[in-house]
Design a protein around this ligand. Sequence first.
Ligand code: FAD
Ligand code: DHB
Length: 397
Amino acid sequence: MRTQVGIVGAGPAGLLLSHLLALRGVDSVVVETRSRAYCEARQRAGVLEDGSVRLLRESGLAGRLDRQGLEHGGIYLQFAGERHHIDFRALTGGRTVTVYAQTEIVKDLIAQRLADGAAVHFDVSDTEVDRLTSDRPVLCYTDADGTRQEITCDAIAGCDGFHGICRPAMPAEVLTVWEREYPYAWLGILADVPPSTDELIYAHHRNGFALHSLRGPAVSRLYLQVDPAERVGDWPDQRIWDELARRFELPGWELKQGPVMDKGITPMRSFVSAPMRYGRLFLAGDAAHIVPPTGAKGLNLAMADVAVLAPALDALLKGDERPADAYSAACLNRVWRSTHFSWWMTTMLHRTPGADEMEAELQLSQLRYVTSSRAAAMSLAENYTGYRAQPSGAGLT
Ligand code: FAD
Ligand code: DHB
């Protein structure tokens, strides 16, 4: 078999890349180990930066997003028994984020790719990539019927997430890796109950962090900081609701409870691997970098990577190597900004096990500063809605 770009992984990065390439007339094949139903049901992110929304709109993918997405002009930060509003619109000259689940983006992308007649192969196994430094790299896999397939490509995109095979296919000596594991995890639930808030609440509490997000007028998404060693079985539904109610407690406000439809525990880490290219293999999204979810950046980074990669691959196939050569550095700038912001939000809002009173007071001081200084709130707002570096250096001299 032959294609121009072989894409490993049908997450947001791989599917969106396939679509953006098709808009440029570039042919691709996507291979995915999981089933279509699994990819469409996997509960993950929910917040899109305005740049991600614009990208989806400009590439003709925002029909349902524009009808069902919820535009939010801020978030709440809660600590020491008080809830403070950070008003993104006022702080950033009108910028907002949109709450629209990653599962819905994946459903929209799969439907669009299949309607356009694209090759998206689910339920594959034993994916391998080879001849990466030649101009005909190959992508091999066993298809759902058990037949071994080999696709000769012009380039391969590794969009196979943190546990994929593409990053390990790069020689270890060409990679530099930065990694930090955090001593806590998130227990996330999807609940069949109307949200108890109009905008997301990020709560810092002595028992740990909690986040109230939403999925629509009748569905809530909530997260609790838990110990990474804990299992979902340790957390019966009522224990979760009781702990959420404790961490969000505020006089005159009540957390509505309802049936829990999905429950999962996610470890938290920061991870960056560079460069994001080796020969004709290009990494995008979680395959190259992971951020802890507190800043709502992972999905947005994955989309930003492929927005750079699609034109770079198009140029490469037409004989211009310069955008492909610039790909890694162009992405890593944004990746490090988001890595810092996510680390900052995470360490400000979580309780570090074993931390002393000094650290607790430093966190509270930081939270008081962010909610009382316009400059500090503006910094949070411009990072959360999506930072765009100003070439002029923002007028600083
Ligand atoms: P993935 O979504 O991981 O997709 C990779 C795909 O590759 C998968 O479908 C996988 O099955 C497939 N694959 C793996 N190995 C192979 C193989 N060998 N062969 C073929 N296919 C393979 N980000 C945000 O921006 N905002 C948020 O609010 C947010 N909240 C989050 C909350 C939680 C609880 C979690 C877990 C994550 C959150 N994120 C958030 C992060 C976001 O979900 C990820 O960054 C995003 O999924 C990255 O997309 P991706 O396409 O790079 O990788
Ligand atoms: C959601 C997830 C996040 O990590 C976050 O920071 C905000 C919202 C969500 O799933 O809705």
